[in-house]
Ligand binder design. Structure first.
Ligand code: DX5
Ligand code: ZN
Length: 219
């Protein structure tokens, strides 16, 4: 089943508990949380304390996307805070295998992320070790950007690699996804769809998530 992960980056942080519970009630499968450090990406957002707070009010898994330098330093903190999935960027990890192993040692599902300019071939040696690959379809740092079309081919290439090697991992796609373009993202091979502004900037989350699901029917 295709899954939807609303990104709370576009939520009203003053009402975070209500926002999280509202998307959960509206049918979200994961809560996507964007951690940014002002170094790897130009923006600064949240850390483990917010993940811990959301863990207390959410029932569904927390999908935590780390856009930070030296993410290995913070794996124990995010694991303790209650992350279910921890995604690290290959661009930030010279010892990616070690970092992925560290995530698994903390009983969290490891995922790896690639930026729009990073080729899928950078993943060949790590695919067996992860539960999910996240393909960025915008340059990370901000919500509300436009989908970069080059991501589509990368999703297809990765899907083919996974099928050829008979692996079971998920493909997640993040950035610029809307009910209008989600069908093609899904057909290309995505299993998990991240959507921030396309969910939180609408008045009725249930209707919006239903729109996403309808668009993905049969893909
Ligand atoms: C961008 C973040 C995304 C962001 C997506 O760096 O990783 O998760 O919230 O926002 P939209 O769906 O608005 O492009
Ligand atoms: Zn994200």
């Amino acid at each position: 089943m295709k899954r939807i992960a609303p990104s709370i980056l576009s939520a009203d942080f003053g009402r975070l508990k209500e926002e999280v519970q509202a998307v959960e009630r509206a049918g979200a499968d994961y809560i996507h949380m964007d951690v940014m450090d002002g170094h790897f990406v130009p923006n600064i957002t949240i850390g483990p304390v917010v993940v811990e707070a959301v863990r207390k009010v959410a029932k569904i898994p927390l999908d935590v996307h780390l856009m930070i330098e030296k993410p290995e330093r913070y794996i124990p903190d995010f694991a303790r805070a209650g992350a279910d999935i921890l995604a690290v960027h290959v661009e930030t990890c010279p010892h990616l295998h070690r970092t992925v192993t560290l995530i698994r040692e903390h009983s969290v599902k490891p995922a790896v992320v690639i930026n729009p300019s990073t080729p899928v071939s950078f993943l060949t040696q790590i695919l067996e070790e992860v539960d999910m690959v996240l393909i960025m379809s915008v340059n990370p740092g901000f919500g509300g950007q436009k989908f970069i079309p080059g991501a589509m081919k990368k999703i297809q290439t990765l899907k083919q690699m996974i099928t050829d090697r008979k692996l079971a991992l998920d493909i997640e796609v993040d950035g610029g996804i809307t009910p209008e373009n989600v069908a093609s993202v899904c057909k290309a091979g995505a299993d998990v769809i991240v959507a921030g502004s396309a969910v939180f900037h609408t008045p009725d989350y249930r209707k919006t998530i239903a729109k996403f699901r309808k668009a993905m029917e049969g893909c």
